[in-house]
Design a protein around this ligand. Structure first.
Ligand SMILES: [Zn+2]
Length: 162
């Protein structure tokens, strides 16, 4: 679901590393976050920091895959805590750790009402690919959020779903 990662300028790399707080264990992103995941804008597009870190350190653009955390800390940007994986692997990881982000019922437990409203608001300016990447959503879950299934109680608050 990821947007292709563009050439990363030195300025951008500097901006990225300035926001990472290195502890003995995790390297914590201290900048803007979405659902706990660090994000940064490049040419008006929003990228997850972990994807950029993977790209910078391995040269591999995660592309359609996700970047998974071995430390289970979404804001961590430490290269050796990150690996490229699939939605399925992420779901299995989550299950083995007792959380379940991608279960059909429990997926939404991860997203707060504010997140859902933010996704709906962002949907007017960001592409579906961008949103799926930002919120670690499959396209199916994206459609459910946009169309309000499972979030009926919020329909009165935000923009009406399209
Ligand atoms: Zn970590």
């Amino acid at each position: 679901m990821g947007l292709p990662i563009p050439n990363l300028s030195e300025e951008l790399v500097g901006r990225l590393s300035a926001k990472i707080l290195k502890t003995d264990d995790c390297w914590i992103w201290t900048g803007a976050k979405t659902c706990g995941y660090g994000i940064i804008k490049i040419s008006r597009k929003t990228f997850r920091c972990t994807r950029l870190v993977v790209f910078l350190t391995s040269g591999v653009d995660p592309g359609d895959k996700l970047v998974l955390h071995s430390c289970d800390n979404p804001s961590c940007c430490r290269p050796d805590h990150l690996r490229i994986g699939t939605y399925l692997e992420n779901a299995q990881d989550a299950k083995s750790r007792g959380r379940n982000n991608f279960g059909t019922r429990n997926h939404f437990a991860k997203l707060s009402s504010e997140d859902v409203l933010a996704i709906r608001r962002d949907a007017t300016t960001k592409s579906r690919e961008e949103l799926c990447q930002l919120y670690s959503m499959s396209p199916r879950n994206f459609r459910r959020i946009i169309h309000g299934k499972g979030w009926v109680s919020l329909l009165g608050n935000g923009e009406p779903p399209k």
